[in-house]
Design a protein around this ligand. Structure first.
Ligand code: OVM
Length: 401
């Protein structure tokens, strides 16, 4: 008797093409249906789209490490475009000291001192936006404006130059994908953005008491080295802005298209955090990350060969009907916990409590003042190789009386 390994399913679609970025759900459905592991012919990499296997791979950092980069480029053969992140793009043991330094700085307990201030800032912003007219772009006026108002202050960077943050992050997230038109478009201005971001990581730029200064204080204690400190600050400025912008954008678009869910949140504002996590599951602002197979790894009977990159579809896992009832429905009655929109395992988003606090502040302020968030025009998708979100979200804010 002869036994043959089952042939691996092949998919010829480019997941980074404009068509898929415009609406990734049909591609992700096909990916999940094809099997636990699929070969993506366009990029000659492997992919996983089912919740069970994505989750298992994310927690298996020994066999699916991050040190060869979490983008398409395989750093066993290619040089990284910037010095690797000490958090995202490393494995234990190197990963652990920077993570141990940052986690308590961004913990729910440490963030308590920011809560009141951020709620006040959110109320001020919502008042300004309501005064500016009933029809607004919810992306620029709320989803972008709020994080840009509170987060850089919390890090402790100066006011001047903050306009570099979003384009820097946008390019960084594009750069995890292939060198397509999105990357080419960002390349010419990258040096200005990266130059500014890197300069803000120096000790003397960072205001006393902020996240940045606390990272430097950890270097003074010897918990990380003075060479590591600026790179840990860089992680905050890299991962902390665009991600929350698109998370908030997902909340606002969900509420605009599900008025009954907005009514539910207004009746019970304590649901703000559930609403945010459900939006992170539903939209999955960070859609994908790669890992590398450190050895031949069998996944559901198919082998991912040693040394090869594998693309994990967080967004697809978060819409897997094998795990979620009616996954495409945004529903405050479900328990979204266990979603992989923040990742899972030892790299799981260290900033998730910051994001949840921003969302809670903004949603609560809106719920108090806004009766209805009505669509007021055609929303436009923002295309990015890694992030899913909106470029423009025209809404009419109906004030509560
Ligand atoms: C970092 C980093 C950058 C982008 C994303 C991310 C989602 C981390 O520089 O550490 O996590």
């Amino acid at each position: 008797m002869t036994t043959t390994a089952p042939a691996i399913p092949v998919n010829h679609v480019d997941p980074f093409s404009p068509e898929v970025l415009e609406d990734p759900l049909p591609f992700q459905h096909a990916l999940r249906e094809a099997g636990p592991v699929v070969h993506l012919a366009q990029h000659d990499v492997y992919a996983m789209g089912r919740y069970e296997h994505v989750r298992a791979a994310l927690v298996d950092w020994q066999r699916f490490p991050s040190g060869a980069g979490v983008g398409l480029a395989n750093w066993r053969y290619e040089k990284p475009w910037r010095p690797p992140s000490l958090l995202l793009e490393t494995d234990p043991p190197h990963h652990d000291a920077p993570r141990a330094v940052l986690a308590p700085i961004l913990s729910p307990r440490a963030l308590r001192r920011l809560r009141e201030q951020w709620c006040t800032e959110a109320e001020t912003l919502v008042d300004e936006v309501l005064a500016s007219g009933p029809e607004v772009d919810a992306m620029s006026t709320l989803a972008e404006a709020f994080p840009l108002r509170v987060f850089p202050d919390a890090v402790g960077i100066p006011r001047e130059g903050r306009e570099h943050l979003l384009p820097y992050g946008d390019h960084l997230f594009n750069a995890f994908g292939p060198e397509n038109a999105l990357v080419a478009k960002g390349a010419p201005t990258l040096p200005e953005h990266a130059g500014w971001v890197n300069a803000q990581c120096a000790r003397d730029r960072l205001a006393e008491g902020g996240f940045g200064a606390q990272i430097w204080a950890a270097a003074d204690r010897g918990d990380i080295t003075p060479e590591q400190a600026p790179l840990v600050v860089r992680s905050l400025l890299s991962a902390g802005v665009d991600t929350t912008v698109h998370g908030l954008g997902a909340c606002l678009s969900a509420m605009a298209t599900h008025p009954e869910q907005w009514a539910r949140l207004r009746a019970q504002p304590g649901l703000a955090r559930v609403a945010f996590d459900e939006a992170v599951r539903w939209e999955s602002p960070v859609q994908t990350f790669f890992r590398i197979a450190d050895v031949d790894v069998s996944v559901g009977g198919t082998v991912v060969p040693e040394g090869r990159k594998i693309l994990m579809f967080l967004g697809s896992a978060n819409h897997d009907p094998r795990r979620w009832d009616a996954p495409d429905v945004f529903d405050l009655d479900r328990d979204p916990s266990g979603h992989v929109g923040f990742g899972m395992g030892l790299h799981q988003c260290v900033g998730q409590h910051v994001a949840r606090l921003e969302a809670e502040a903004l949603l609560t302020a809106l719920a108090r003042r806004v009766e209805r968030i009505a669509p007021a025009g055609t929303p436009r998708r923002h295309h990015n190789n890694t992030m899913r979100g909106w470029e423009s979200l025209p809404v009419r804010l109906v004030p509560a009386v």
